[in-house]
Design a protein around this ligand. Structure first.
Ligand SMILES: [Zn+2]
Length: 157
């Protein structure tokens, strides 16, 4: 966590930055630089916390802000990692949305099947109640038909 405290240069004379508010060589006011380093440090710390919390988009924003305030190689890595995780998340999101879209016709089809099944059950119920209301077939008719056959056979003889 000391990356923000790594030695930097005075923006005026390139003398090593010793963490003092005035450059030891040229006397330039380094407070704005120190302020930006502190801002970047806080942003990166918050970005790391966001990464740990799984808030990748927030981490990307914070890492990007840190790089804009004061870029470092480690800050660049943090930003790349955040961007990669965000892209993975959005890929997964798109994949799940695609899956939902693909399953929509299947779900619609199964809903239609359920409707059709209900209609068939209702039709079977109606058919059964209609059949119950009809008189039972009389055994006399069968006999009479058989008898008619016998009569025909006899008449041929
Ligand atoms: Zn200087």
């Amino acid at each position: 966590m000391t990356e923000a405290l790594t030695p930097r240069c005075c923006p005026v004379c390139q003398a090593r930055f010793r963490g003092q508010s005035i450059c030891s060589r040229c006397g330039a006011d380094l407070k704005p630089v120190m302020f930006l380093i502190a801002v970047a440090y806080r942003c990166r710390a918050a970005a790391r916390q966001a990464l740990l919390a799984g808030k990748f988009k927030q981490a990307e924003t914070l890492a990007s802000q840190a790089q804009a305030a004061c870029s470092t190689p480690l800050g660049s890595d943090l930003l790349l990692l955040s961007r990669w995780l965000v892209s993975l998340g959005s890929e997964r999101h798109q994949r799940s949305r695609r899956r939902v879209k693909e399953h929509r016709p299947v779900r619609q089809g199964s809903a239609n099947l359920v409707k059709l099944h209900r209609q068939i059950l209702r039709a079977v119920d109606r058919l059964e109640s209609t059949l119950r209301r009809l008189p039972a077939p009389s055994p006399r008719k069968k006999r009479s038909r058989r008898m008619a056959g016998r009569i025909k056979a006899r008449s041929r003889v």
